[in-house]
Structure formats: C-alpha cells, structure tokens
Design a protein around this ligand. Structure first.
Ligand SMILES: NC(=O)c1ccc[n+]([C@@H]2O[C@H](COP(=O)([O-])OP(=O)(O)OC[C@H]3O[C@@H](n4cnc5c(N)ncnc54)[C@H](OP(=O)(O)O)[C@@H]3O)[C@@H](O)[C@H]2O)c1
Ligand SMILES: *[C@@H]1O[C@H](CO)[C@@H](O)[C@H](O)[C@H]1NC(C)=O
Ligand SMILES: *[C@@H]1O[C@H](CO)[C@@H](O)[C@H](O)[C@H]1NC(C)=O
Length: 317
C-alpha cells in the first residue's frame, strides 16, 4: 500500500485518545510522507478513527486488528505488513489504574503490566529482527512523566511506566548499533474521555479492603488536587501528536521527550537530591500540608497560563 518514499508507521491503540490523534495527524501530512497502519484490538470501535481520518482512510491510513496482549494477534498483524517492513513503530496502547493499593486485586495489577509493559515488549520483539536486518527504524514509546517520577495512588501505573523506561533505556544501546533509534514520549496529564469517567467513577466507588483514613486521603485530598492539575496543566491529544510528529521528523531524535515543560522542574527535583528525600518530602508537603495552598497556586497558574495553554481551545469569557 505504501508508495515509494513513504515511511510505514504502525501505531497501537488507535481507537481513541492519543493514538487516534497521532494516526490522523500523520495520515493528513501535507507532503504525504507517511503510510499509517492504525491498529486497535477491536475493530468494532473504529468509527471515531474512520470519521477523523476523513478521505485519508484507505489512502494514507489503513486499519488492522492488533491486541498487544496476544502473541497470535501481534504475529498475524505484523506478518500482514508488506515485507514486514515498518519504519516507525509507535507503542501507544496502554491502560491506567489509580486508587488505594489495598482495594486493587493482583489480577487487576497484572493486567496493567500485561498491557503497558509486556504489550510493548511483545511489539518490539516482533518488529526488531526486521529492523536490525534493514539497519534502520525508529521505535517510539508513549510512556508518561509517571515513568520518571512516581505519583501517590498511581503506584501500579507508575511502576508499569518505570518498567517501560528501564527496558527502553537498556534496549536503546544495543539498537543504536543497528542504526535503530528509540524515543520516549513522556506526557503529563492529557484530556481524554477516560479522565472524566475515571473521576466520576472514583468519587462514587467504595474501596473495600482500604481503611477509612486512606480512602479519605484518596477521595478528599488526592482526587480534588488531581482534577485541579488536569484542568490547569492538561494537554490535548493533539498536543501529544504534534510532539510525536516532531520526534519522528527530527534529524537526531532525543531519547526523552517530555511534552509538558511545566513538569521539567518536578523531574529535575528528583535528580537534584540523590537520597530521594527531596522528592518524597516535596510531594508529601504538596499533598498533605499545602492542600489548600496548592488549590490557590493552581488557580493562579490557571490564570497565567489560560492565554497560551487553554486559549487555543477555549474562548475566554
Ligand atoms: N491520558 C493521559 O493523561 C496520559 C498521560 C501520560 C501517558 N498516557 C499514555 O498514553 C497512551 C494512550 O492513552 P490515552 O490517554 O490516549 O487513553 P485512551 O484514550 O484510553 O487510549 C488507550 C488506547 O489503548 C488501547 N488498548 C488498551 N488495551 C489494549 C490492548 N490490549 N491492545 C491494543 N490496544 C489496547 C485502547 O483500546 P480500547 O478502545 O479497545 O480500550 C485505546 O485505543 C497510554 O500508553 C497512556 O498510558 C496517557
Ligand atoms: C540509518 O537509518 C536511517 C533512517 O532509518 C537511514 O536513512 C540511513 O541510511 C541508515 N544508515 C545506515 C548506515 O544504514
Ligand atoms: C523531545 O524531542 C523534541 C524534538 O526532537 C526536542 O525538541 C526536545 O528537546 C526533546 N526533549 C525533551 C526533553 O523534550
């Protein structure tokens, strides 16, 4: 399907959110530089993508089934690609998990690792031998700032993204020898439909197995400040897609790519103190001692940033 000179880009998890926007943005490239193979585990959920792709559908964008949790599905999908030739692999499929640990079953935790970590490993393992043979390729992984800095009540999700970062940091060295580049995309909060649903669900949910004090911290302290952070610092899936396109087109792509510059100081804090005390205590004070102050700070930030961050999508009243 790809015409001469077009780069073949395969993306996982394109039914919604970031994956969908990356697929559509690359397919609509003015110079038609890309042939996008947009994949999703359930083709019944294809309508949003097909609609957003418009007349690129069937042209620069084609659709394939791929479940990152299934060996068989990954093998079948990659084998269906002409000459198994993929120039850019974008590992985007992922699930999130938040809440008090005592209320989360081991199976639920394993599912997060199965998708976010082993799903990515399965993809890279399948595509890597062909990239090595061709001495070329770009592997992009949608990680998270939570792959660099842990966040309270996101314990399992952050751990899965740390695993992703550790794996890729190790692989990048070997792959460089074969002229294969690895790049991490590290978004902070991104507005997707799931975020709204998650907050609604969490504020109603009981948390069996967790003590009332922990549930109080989660529902009445963590959740409200998390909503503030999303409203103030949240980016759109299109912001992440734009950043990803830049990384694909960079002559020398970086390994780390934090999409939200406001998070750079948070990660810097971690490397500024090798004992780790600074990070742990800074987060502790932010959450438990400065709760109301943080609310004020967020509102100030909201005013300062509304012109550049929110102004693009929201008309200030
Ligand atoms: N939203 C944020 O704030 C944020 C921040 C940092 C990083 N990220 C990362 O960005 C990536 C995309 O997330 P998103 O925010 O765009 O959320 P999303 O809208 O829920 O998209 C996730 C996508 O992954 C797919 N998926 C889940 N399990 C899969 C599997 N086994 N095989 C194939 N696809 C599967 C989902 O498909 P179904 O429709 O079939 O469920 C969906 O298309 C994730 O890796 C996430 O960790 C998100
Ligand atoms: C390395 O890969 C790039 C892009 O994938 C390609 O243009 C270049 O020719 C490759 N270099 C070698 C030495 O194979
Ligand atoms: C991420 O990639 C872009 C484009 O290559 C680059 O401008 C940026 O500096 C990179 N790194 C970070 C940490 O954002």
């Amino acid at each position: 399907m790809a015409s001469n000179g077009q780069k073949v880009v395969l993306i996982t998890g394109c039914s919604s959110g970031i994956g969908l926007r990356i697929a559509v943005m690359l397919a609509k490239d003015k110079k038609k530089q890309y042939h996008v193979i947009a994949t999703m585990r359930d083709l019944k959920r294809k309508d949003k993508l097909v609609e957003a792709a418009g007349d690129t559908y069937g042209q620069t964008l084609t659709l394939q089934t791929l479940d990152v949790c299934s060996d068989e599905s990954v093998r079948q999908c990659i084998s269906s690609v002409k000459d198994r030739h993929i120039d850019v692999l974008i590992n985007n499929a992922g699930i999130s998990l938040v809440g008090p640990l005592e209320s989360i079953g081991m199976d639920e935790m394993k599912k997060v690792f199965e998708t976010n970590f082993f799903g990515m490993v399965r993809m890279i393992k399948e595509v890597m031998p062909d990239m090595k043979r061709r001495r070329g390729g770009h592997i992009i992984v949608v990680s998270s700032v939570m792959g660099l800095q842990g966040v309270v009540f996101n314990d399992i999700y952050a751990a899965s993204k740390f695993a992703v970062e550790g794996f890729c940091e190790s692989m990048a060295v070997q792959l460089l020898k074969f002229n294969i580049t690895v790049s991490m995309i590290e978004p902070g909060p991104v507005h997707t439909e799931l975020e709204v649903k998650m907050v609604e669900e969490m504020s109603k949910k009981e948390f069996p197995g967790s003590d009332p004090e922990t549930v109080h911290y989660f529902k009445n302290i963590y959740l409200p400040s998390s909503i503030d952070i999303f409203e103030t610092l949240g980016q759109t899936p299109d912001d992440i897609a734009r950043c990803t396109k830049k990384v694909i087109e960079a002559p020398h792509p970086c390994f780390h790519n934090m999409t939200n510059p406001l998070y750079t100081p948070i990660v810097a804090l971690k490397y500024a103190d090798e004992t780790g005390g600074l990070s742990v205590h800074a987060f502790y004070h932010m959450l438990f001692n400065l709760g109301s102050l943080m609310h004020v700070a967020m509102n100030v930030l909201k005013c300062i940033t509304c012109g550049c961050l929110r102004g693009r999508t929201v008309t200030p009243s």
